[in-house]
Structures are given as C-alpha cells and as structure tokens.
Design a protein around this ligand. Structure first.
Ligand SMILES: Cc1ncc(COP(=O)(O)O)c(C=O)c1O
Ligand SMILES: N[C@@H](CCCC[NH3+])C(=O)O
Length: 433
C-alpha cells in the first residue's frame, strides 16, 4: 500500500507525524480527521519554490475551499503562499488570523453585495469577477465608498480536461466564467479596463479539478496566451494571467499524478516562451493549487462497529462515520484506499464495502477495500482525505462533524474541536408564530 508524507508502520500500527493511530484514537476519539502538518508544509513549499522563473513574475495561491480552518490559514501564511477564498466565510477565516488582505484573491460566480462590500472594506487584494452582474455590483460599491479595486475576470477557454463531470469547469456550458469565444466577453473586458474605479489586472481560467493530463494545462496556456495577444491587439494590456488549480493527486495505487516539480518548471518555460515571442511580457503568472497541497496529508480514522454479509454475498464493514464526513465517494464516484490502522501488516483476506451510520443506501465511503477480516474495535483508516472532506462535511442525520487534528514531530493538537450535541441545536429556535 502506498503511504504518504510522514505516514509509516511501526509494530503493525499506522503512524502519522510520529504518532500512532491508536494513540490518536484514544486521545481524540473517532471519527477523526488527521492532517499531517509536515506534508502540507512541504507541498506548499514545493509549489512555492518550483513555480518560479527568471523572466516572469509568479504567485502561488492556495485554494482554501479544499481545506480551510484558522490553523490552515496561518500555516499557508507562514509558508508564504497567497490564498483564494470563495465566500465571506472563507474570507472571515483568513482575516481572523491576520492573513494579509492584499494576498487574498476573492473568487466565486455569484458574490453578493454584502460579500463584495466585506472584501472591499477589508482591503482584499484582488477580486476575480465572474460576470457582468458582479462587475456592476462591485462598481456600485466602489463608487459609493470612493474606493479603487484590483480585479481580474474569469474566462472559459473551453478546454476539455478529463475529470468527473461535476468537477470539470471549462466545458462550453460551464456556469463558471465567460467564454473566450464570445465577443461580449471582450466587450466586458474592455469596459473593465476603462472603468476608473477598477485596476484591471488580467484574466483567470481554471480547467477543472483532479486532472492528470499535463497536456490540458499546456493547451490552456496556449489558448489563454492567444487570447491575451488578441486583447493586446484591441489595446487592452494584460498584466496577469491566472491558470487556476486542479493538479491531480493519487487516491489509489494506480493513480499517476504529474511529477509536480518538473511539470511546474515545464509549464512556466512553455508560458514564458510564448509570452516572450508574442511580445506579451511583462506578464505575471499565477496558479491556485488546493487538493495537491492537502489531499494526501489527510487521513480519516474510524472505529469498526461490525461486519455484515448480505444474502446476496456482499460484505460490508460498518464504521462510526458516514457520507456526512466523506461525501466524495457518493458524489463523484471517487475511489479511496482503506486499511486497518492497527493491523497494517496482517494479510489482506477479503474485499469489503466500507459504509457508515447514515440512513442512505448510498452511504458508501470506500467501494472496494481490501482488508484483513475486520474485528469490532479495529481502527479503519481512509487515506488521502485531506481535500474536500472536512470542507464538504455536513450534519446529515444530525451527526456531529469530527474534529480535525494536526500531527507533527510526535505531537498532536486540535485545530477544530469535535462538535457537541449543543452545537447541533445552537441555532435552533422555539419561537411561536
Ligand atoms: C477557481 C478555482 N481555483 C482553484 C481550485 C482548486 O482546485 P484543486 O483543489 O483541484 O487544485 C478550484 C476548484 O476546483 C477552483 O474552482
Ligand atoms: N469539491 C471537488 C472539487 C472542487 C471543485 C471546485 N471548483 C472535489 O472534491 O473533488
């Protein structure tokens, strides 16, 4: 089995960050989200250090939708990356730990008046507009408050990157951004560029998520550079080109993500070559990795409650979590690797479907887990759950969200406490009509 970051096996036990899964379960209970701090920091550094070029200014922005807490915002700040937020909530989290506002990029396809006002009044560095309505809302706020704002526009280059339909973002009918093939988009860019309230920086695209094909990014660079050149011909100078995120990670043994270091270098080299030849320099290049920084750093730990073999012969192992803390399997048909964290070297005997406590037949965490025959009380770990797990967790069935802990150098700390029953009813009211 492929282990990640600081994960290793000592005496048949899974250890992460130098702490055994058994000890973590005893200290914090299960289900439990465990994040390997060293792994997140080294991934952040990998992107920061390898997306650099002598001829082009660059910036790496962490897409916080993948995993955001106060501790994470602080970690990203310490590692020198910028941050992308898509809601007032993510923005609040970043600002609440003193994340520098000028290094925040505000995304989203339907930012409200309230969110835009919050962003402008907090000094958010760049707002990435998605459409004309947002541009109009933002201009109104800037005018009323005599402010000035750096903006970019999200465009859609129509690249078909191979990934699950729900996380593909640049098909021609995607809800995100505006097509580069439409004249209306150029008209909007031209009006953003002329708007004295705006400091128009350039354009953004994001071709989808969990992408393995390097070729798709090279194609995106070519399309976007061509577009930058066509805008230049219209007298619109583009200072920044943001290529988004989406860099795939490995969830199963067979997954082969790109070698990030060489990929980033080659991508920048390719972009710099085109930009130089087409006379588009100076042009700043930005990327927004989310999953690639946190996915493999995360492990979810559950306790086994029992097993069941159906009349039809299907074998289930029941754990104390559910689709409420692990939605990606049912939502995207995503595949994961599971193991028994306290029996790591026992022979794998059967294939089980890992299911939880939710009242849904679709409550499946891992479709095919090769395991030793699980016993009640064993610890079951699902690997690579650092991205889009805690951030997509719900309270379905009024299940409490698990805590999140960071581990590093033999120590652990709580970064999000386990929800209590009181937390679940905190906003309930018993008013009369
Ligand atoms: C605009 C934008 N940037 C960055 C990301 C991060 O994607 P990923 O976590 O796949 O790197 C996303 C999510 O898909 C996104 O929509
Ligand atoms: N939530 C998705 C990716 C996010 C897409 C954001 N544009 C996933 O878990 O894969």
């Amino acid at each position: 089995m492929r282990l990640y970051g600081t994960q290793n096996i000592v005496n048949n036990q899974l250890h992460i960050g130098g702490v055994s899964a058994r000890e973590l379960a005893a200290t914090y209970g299960t289900p439990l989200y465990i994040m390997d701090e060293e792994e997140m920091r080294s991934r952040a550094r990998l992107f920061g250090e390898n997306f650099t070029h002598e001829k082009i200014e660059t910036e790496v922005i962490y897409a916080s939708k993948a995993f955001m807490t106060k501790a994470m915002a602080k970690l990203i700040g310490e590692e020198g990356l910028s941050v992308d937020v898509v809601s007032g909530g993510e923005l609040f989290t970043a600002l609440s730990v003193g994340f520098p506002a000028e290094k925040i990029f505000f995304h989203g396809n339907n930012k409200s008046l309230e969110e835009l006002f919050y962003a402008v009044s907090s000094g958010v560095g760049t707002i990435i507009l998605d459409n004309e309505d947002e541009a109009e809302r933002l201009s109104r706020i800037l005018k009323e408050n005599t402010k000035h704002q750096k903006v970019m526009l999200r465009v859609n280059p129509g690249i078909e990157a191979h990934t699950h339909e729900y996380i593909s973002t640049t098909k021609n009918d995607s809800k995100f951004g505006l097509s580069i093939f439409s004249e209306d988009t150029k008209d909007l860019i031209s009006s953003l560029d002329r708007n004295p309230l705006l400091d128009f920086q350039g354009i953004h695209c994001h071709i989808g998520s969990q992408i393995f094909e390097e070729e798709s990014y090279f194609k995106a660079v070519e399309e976007m550079m061509g577009y930058v050149a066509s805008l230049k011909e219209k007298g619109i100078g583009i200072r920044a080109l943001n290529l988004g995120g989406g860099f795939g990670v490995s969830y199963e043994e067979k997954d082969a993500p790109m070698a990030y270091r060489s990929f980033l270098k080659n991508l920048l080299e390719h972009a710099a070559g085109i930009a130089e030849q087409a006379g588009l320099l100076p042009l700043k290049l930005l990327i927004e990795p989310g999953r690639a920084i946190v996915a493999n750093a995360g492990t979810t730990l559950y306790e086994v409650g029992g097993t069941k073999t159906t009349y039809g012969g299907k074998k289930y192992v029941f754990v104390d979590g559910s689709m409420a803390d692990h939605i990606r399997t049912v939502l995207y048909d995503a595949a994961y690797t599971a193991c028994l964290a306290d029996r790591m070297e026992d022979p794998l005997e059967e294939v089980y479907t890992v299911t939880g406590k939710a009242c849904e037949s679709g409550d499946i965490l891992v479709r095919e887990a090769h395991l030793p025959v699980p016993e009640k009380g064993n610890l079951l770990a699902v690997l690579s759950t650092g991205a889009y797990h805690y951030s997509m967790a719900s309270n379905y069935n009024r299940l409490r969200k698990p805590p999140v802990i960071f581990v590093r150098n033999g120590k652990s700390k709580v970064v999000v406490a386990r929800e209590t029953y009181e937390d679940l009813v905190r906003n309930d009211r018993m008013e009369e009509y």
